[in-house]
Design a binder for this molecule. Structure first.
Ligand SMILES: [Zn+2]
Ligand SMILES: [Zn+2]
Length: 367
């Protein structure tokens, strides 16, 4: 009988120990297998039936396996030999398929220039290319090849603000892909120019380190007041969606200005200069201020970043104007017996000035 601990997935089909069915684990995969010892139980008359992929290997090595059958004194040690041989062969196949992937990649990289290769992983499946736009900004194009199927198109991930749409042509492979990516970069160059001007001339509270695919910015207007703009990457000079963050007394005058001046929006001017015109402000910038003056910590947890959120709920009282994370303030107010909640709104006292505030769940002000 087979040792159950060595082959737990092979089940004897009768009491004689001559027929087994179940699975054999090879290279971490379970393959269905049926083993039958014919003609009175002589091991030399063993028949093995299994999945096609493994059967091909067994048939190829059958003369050797047959010799082993004659030498082995039990089925268990024969099966160990069989597993060894098959696993070895599977390893060769992997090596071979990787070899052809390496070969293919080397050939492809030569056509686009090795200087564009940023990194490649040990399986040779994940490749990162770096491609410059006309202002020499470096963009990353991450490719994921399938070593089992070289003609399949690689999966692409890029830093474009919208999904990179491409057509995969195996013949011209990377060369054609890089060309298509360069064409896509051109569509966003104006967008990156606009964002670059904003990033270098204002204080950005969020995101902390804007990436090329990020189309929003939360720009400081003054202490405890900021504006978030959501820019259309394809039409970056259009009037963006604007969300004000801050106490009502601070943001209401800004909203009024914006409504009054909207007609002054001029598509021939940059996004930054249009924003300053319609809001009638000059954004504080690295040349005339320090970021610490504006990136205020949450009044409850004393941190700036809480997971992904920044303190964007501000006390309504202009003299207080303390900022909080939405989550921190919600938990704080919920723990106080004096707070009350109705639907999405919780009413309670500001932890700093004790003024009763309301509606803080929706205090992001949409224009
Ligand atoms: Zn907090
Ligand atoms: Zn307050």
């Amino acid at each position: 009988m087979l040792n159950f601990e060595e082959f737990p997935l092979l089940i004897p089909q009768d009491d004689t120990g001559k027929v087994y069915e179940g699975y054999l684990t090879m290279k971490n995969e379970d393959y269905k297998i049926k083993i039958k010892i014919q003609d009175g139980g002589d091991l030399r008359h063993t028949v093995v039936e299994t999945e096609w992929k493994i059967q091909v290997i067994i048939n190829q090595y059958w003369p050797i396996l047959k010799k082993r059958l004659a030498q082995c004194n039990n089925l268990g040690s024969f099966l160990k030999d069989l597993v060894n041989i098959v696993e070895n062969e599977l390893k060769q196949e992997d090596l071979y398929s990787n070899c052809s992937l390496i070969h293919y990649l080397v050939q492809q990289l030569q056509t686009i220039g090795w200087n564009r290769l940023k990194s490649i992983d040990t399986s040779f499946e994940k490749v990162i290319l770096v491609i410059n736009d006309y202002k020499d900004r470096q963009h990353l194009l991450k490719l994921h090849f399938n070593s089992q199927n070289l003609s399949a198109e690689p999966k692409c991930q890029s830093d474009l603000p919208n999904k990179f749409l491409y057509h995969w042509n195996k013949q011209n492979g990377l060369k054609s892909l890089v060309h298509q990516f360069e064409e896509s970069l051109k569509q966003y160059e104006e967008f990156w120019d606009e964002m670059e001007e904003i990033d270098s001339n204002t204080w950005i509270l969020d995101p902390e380190q804007p990436r090329f695919n990020c189309a929003y910015r939360r720009i400081v207007i003054g202490p405890n007041v900021s504006i978030q703009i959501n820019v259309d990457a394809k039409q970056p000079r259009n009037f963006p969606e604007c969300i004000f963050l801050g106490a009502d007394q601070l943001i209401n005058p800004l909203k009024e200005k914006l409504n009054e001046n909207l007609l002054l929006w001029d598509l021939n001017k940059s996004l930054l200069s249009n924003l300053e015109t319609v809001l009638d402000v000059t954004f504080p910038s690295p040349t005339n201020s320090k970021k610490e003056d504006f990136s205020v910590e949450c009044g409850i947890c004393y941190a700036y970043k809480l997971e992904l959120s920044t303190p964007d709920i501000v006390c309504d009282d202009k003299r207080c104007s303390q900022a909080f994370h939405q989550h921190c303030l919600y938990e704080w107010l919920r723990s106080l017996p004096s707070s009350r909640q109705s639907f999405n709104t919780i009413y309670g006292e500001c932890p700093f000035c004790n003024k009763v505030r309301s509606n803080f769940m929706n205090s992001r002000q949409l224009v």
